[in-house]
Design a binder for this molecule. Structure first.
Ligand code: HEC
Ligand code: HEC
Ligand code: HEC
Ligand code: HEC
Ligand code: HEC
Ligand code: HEC
Ligand code: HEC
Ligand code: HEC
Length: 488
């Protein structure tokens, strides 16, 4: 961790003094930002009438919704300009099938502002990078639409007649690129056509994407004490409440939405799920993350260790454009904000102690396994012991799973209090694979040079000293268990 520059310390203090504000900007969730005269287009009645016959389930879901109750109809959302790339002529109206975040923003501006530029909105832009190795070579492009893209999002393509290309839609991936250029999909969490906030507060709203190796959070939550209490006490969760402030409207247990999005005490809710995370847990080596807020409303995640830009500086964005830095939120500040949620239901020493146990696991994973494994892989590639292709040699699968599967499970498990995932499904498998598969495969690949490579990167300080004591008696494997006689 580099030292925090003076300017940023000031930012930390300002942030801490105004607990409710992120550097002057209130994040308290929006009320609807238009008055009712902006919706209820009478032509929308026709849509409901006909669709109640042609797609009854869909129309009835809408009838149950807060939108129907407030008078927001089909056309209020689906209306389009004839010049929109995905505009369709439909029963005398111009509509678009996709209702993008930008469309929702006509009425829900604050949620839109939080969501755009968040790690969720950037999820498609992010995986583009790794698709050739994973989805083209290892499998095939066909699975992209039904697999990766359903979680991460697709780039939705419009055919000449305004209809949507089935290679890219249906899709409600979290970072989908919409025909209007906006990113993401609000119905990823708010199932249509109910669009309910109560439903999105449930852990199931996240489970479709946050389960399995990339992000095993649904399993972890279910196995944690929070998940256990949530399941047995849901009747006390007050999920239908108009406001849903932890410590006020409910106290039984937190859900995913509580910790990553929800209001707690005086902390406002947010539609930027990455805001409160201090680490990047899904990377070969975890790094603490700075959040850079830009004057044009954009955001950037910057890992500790690279130069952190200063307020007022002009920097390059992911899309290549330039923008000025408005504020920098340090990992310490992000941790503090996450802890405010815990503090509604737990004490300070408990919360800090828990975070220390979590950080220790991440650091153990980094120094003992992730950094040496990464350095050894670099040596193998450099020495020509492996081809530059990904996934054509066994050790590449071992290395990938070490950080991506068990490595992520261990780190996520420790961060969200599932001892089973921190240990048996996590660090235990990391250790097993490192010593039982990875190192033997290094020896296989590099032959006579292997021992020198291994010794260069495995140090006593990082916890590998035990390898130098082959005489150590190991009762776990049965050796020496009979010593002293027992009941024999
Ligand atoms: C007279 C009946 C009728 C009316 C009126 C009507 N629809 Fe439809 N609509 C349909 C039918 C039937 C389909 C299915 C067509 C198909 O997919 O084969 C459809 C399809 C759609 C689709 C999916 C389009 C696609 O292919 O992606 C949307 C969105 C839609 N309607 C919205 C609306 C809206 C909004 C209105 C009001 C402006 C409306 N409909 C009015 C009957 C109607
Ligand atoms: C709050 C905004 C909103 C309202 C109101 C609304 N829709 Fe939708 N609708 C959406 C969104 C969002 C999608 C998902 C499209 C996408 O983004 O991929 C969608 C998708 C659809 C689809 C195509 C998807 C499918 O499952 O076949 C149809 C058809 C449709 N809507 C019809 C209607 C009809 C009919 C009504 C009125 C009874 C209506 N919508 C009201 C937002 C809305
Ligand atoms: C079941 C949903 C799902 C599928 C399918 C999926 N991902 Fe992910 N992926 C996620 C989630 C959720 C995260 C976020 C993990 C985090 O930040 O904790 C993620 C993270 C990532 C990341 C960033 C960090 C990492 O773990 O590597 C990359 C790159 C990635 N996925 C690529 C892919 C590719 C490529 C595919 C398909 C070959 C794919 N994902 C399939 C849900 C999915
Ligand atoms: C990652 C899941 C997720 C996505 C994506 C998402 N939401 Fe939400 N949304 C939630 C949750 C959870 C709540 C309830 C928050 C609470 O009450 O603490 C919510 C609440 C809301 C509310 C009610 C706010 C209030 O205070 O009454 C609106 C409006 C809303 N979302 C609109 C949107 C719009 C618009 C988008 C797309 C730009 C969107 N949501 C995308 C999860 C999501
Ligand atoms: C034309 C204006 C308008 C549009 C467009 C619109 N909404 Fe709404 N939305 C409303 C109104 C009005 C309410 C009801 C507010 C209330 O009950 O206080 C509402 C309420 C909500 C709620 C809270 C529901 C609950 O359980 O209380 C969610 C979530 C939501 N909208 C999501 C969306 C999403 C997602 C989109 C885009 C797909 C969207 N809205 C598009 C006007 C709109
Ligand atoms: C449609 C799929 C999908 C849904 C639904 C979804 N997510 Fe995600 N989420 C992702 C993907 C993909 C990523 C990785 C994005 C990236 O790294 O850019 C991610 C990343 C995250 C992150 C990591 C942020 C960081 O700092 O790296 C958090 C936290 C998160 N999601 C929380 C939630 C919560 C809470 C919900 C439910 C209320 C939810 N997500 C619903 C797909 C989804
Ligand atoms: C008790 C609060 C709490 C609950 C409940 C919770 N999380 Fe988390 N989550 C955390 C904390 C704390 C972290 C670690 C944050 C950090 O990086 O410092 C975390 C990390 C994550 C990450 C990895 C982000 C990263 O830094 O890479 C994802 C993704 C995520 N959670 C999603 C979820 C989902 C989905 C659920 C529900 C199934 C959930 N969380 C439930 C507190 C919670
Ligand atoms: C809405 C209230 C609520 C919030 C918010 C909350 N928790 Fe909890 N948590 C509970 C309850 C209730 C229990 C069960 C208490 C018990 O039986 O020990 C619990 C249990 C735990 C446990 C297991 C304790 C044990 O030893 O059995 C850990 C660890 C934990 N919480 C950490 C956190 C962290 C870290 C946060 C914030 C990121 C957090 N909690 C946020 C209510 C909450």
């Amino acid at each position: 961790m580099p030292d925090i520059p003076i300017g940023m310390m000031a930012a930390v203090r300002i942030g801490a003094a105004f607990g409710l504000l992120w550097f002057g900007e209130p994040l308290l969730a929006a009320k609807v930002s238009l008055d009712a005269s902006h919706w209820g287009n009478p032509a929308g009645e026709e849509c409901v009438n006909c669709h109640t016959k042609s797609s009854a389930g869909l129309a009835l879901e809408w009838r149950e919704s807060a939108h129907a109750k407030a008078g927001v109809n089909c056309l209020d959302c689906h209306r389009a300009e004839a010049t929109d790339p995905d505009a369709l002529k439909h029963e005398g109206q111009v509509i678009a099938t996709i209702v993008s975040p930008q469309d929702c923003a006509r009425c829900h501006e604050v949620e839109f502002r939080d969501q755009q530029g968040s790690v969720h909105a950037e999820a498609y832009s992010l995986i583009k990078e790794r698709i050739p190795a994973m989805a083209d070579n290892l499998t095939g492009m066909a699975v992209q639409a039904a697999g990766c893209d359903q979680c991460h999002g697709s780039r939705v393509k419009v055919k000449g007649d305004g209809t949507l290309d089935p290679d890219t839609w249906p899709n409600s991936g979290i970072g989908r690129i919409n025909p209007d250029g906006s990113k993401g999909s609000c119905s990823a969490c708010h199932g249509r056509h109910l669009f309910s906030k109560a439903q999105a507060r449930e852990p199931e709203a996240c489970a479709r994407c946050h389960s399995g190796p990339d992000s095993p959070d649904a399993e972890i939550f279910a196995a944690s004490k929070h998940g256990m209490i949530f399941a047995s006490q849901r009747h006390r969760m007050n999920l239908d409440s108009p406001e849903w402030v932890a410590g006020k409207d409910y106290t039984a247990a937190p859900t995913c939405a509580t910790c990553h999005m929800g209001a707690a005490g005086k902390l406002p809710s947010t539609h930027d799920v990455g805001m409160r995370n201090a680490w990047a847990l899904n990377s070969p080596v975890s790094q603490r993350q700075y959040l850079v807020l830009l004057e044009d409303g954009g955001k950037l995640e910057i890992p500790a260790g690279v130069p952190i830009p200063k307020r007022g500086e002009e920097i390059q964005k992911l899309d290549g454009g330039l923008a000025k830095v408005k504020a920098v939120v340090t990992p310490e500040r992000r941790r503090e904000v996450m802890s405010l949620v815990c503090l509604e239901c737990h004490g300070k020493a408990f919360t800090q102690g828990f975070m220390k146990q979590f950080d220790n696991v991440v650091e153990l994973f980094n120094t003992k396994f992730a950094e040496p494994a990464k350095a050894i892989m670099a040596d193998l590639y450099q020495g020509g012991y492996l081809t530059p292709l990904a996934f054509d040699e066994p050790i590449e699968f071992t290395y990938w799973e070490l950080w991506h599967d068990e490595g992520a499970r261990a780190r996520h498990g420790a961060s969200m209090a599932s001892p089973n995932h921190a240990w048996w499904e996590g660090m235990y498998l990391v250790g097993r694979n490192f010593y039982g598969r990875f190192l033997p495969q290094v020896r296989e690949a590099a032959g006579a040079e292997a021992q020198a490579i291994i010794e260069r990167h495995l140090t006593d300080e990082a916890g590998h000293g035990w390898l130098a004591h082959p005489d150590q008696v190991n009762p776990i494997l049965g050796l020496g268990l009979d010593k002293g006689g027992g009941d024999g």
